[in-house]
Design a protein around this ligand. Structure first.
Ligand SMILES: [Zn+2]
Ligand SMILES: [Zn+2]
Length: 147
């Protein structure tokens, strides 16, 4: 059976479809992700661009400067504000970093990598077997090669 997952924002104005399994799933414990999520960490499911489709509504974009020369495109529902996905701005990045808590079925998600563990909240226990990074690797070498 073909892989097909659906999801959307809290109010339902934005709906989307994912038609391929994530390249990888990771958590990020950086303080920006803590602030953005209002929680202890963020999760991302890296979805190949061609396999992500918005099926209802038009997400809005907020560009966050991540360094002097780089921005992160942060897409969200303009009505309820639910953050949906991120991608590095102005690059040929081939994926969308979906916030997988917005999927209708989250039961299958299992993060493989954990970023910025040095700023993880002290009570957070990183599951055994995950690849941990104190900060974040400079390159995307940690993303498994795509078939
Ligand atoms: Zn919404
Ligand atoms: Zn982060």
């Amino acid at each position: 059976m073909a892989f097909l997952q659906t999801g959307g924002c809290q109010c339902g104005a934005i709906r989307y479809e994912v038609s391929a399994p994530p390249v990888t799933v990771y958590t990020c414990h950086c303080t920006e992700c803590q602030r953005q999520s209002g929680s202890a960490f963020a999760m991302a499911a890296v979805i190949p661009e061609a396999h992500f489709r918005v099926t209802r509504g038009t997400p809005k974009m907020y560009a966050r400067k991540t360094s002097a020369t780089k921005t992160m495109e942060c897409w969200f529902c303009p009505d309820c504000g639910t953050r949906l996905y991120h991608r590095p701005g102005g690059t040929a990045y081939p994926n969308r970093n979906l916030k997988p808590g917005t999927l209708d079925d989250t039961s299958w998600l299992a993060p493989q990598a954990h970023f910025w563990t040095r700023s993880a909240q002290q009570w957070v226990v990183i599951p055994e077997g995950g690849t941990c990074y104190e900060t974040q690797p400079d390159t995307l070498a940690w993303v498994p090669a795509q078939p």
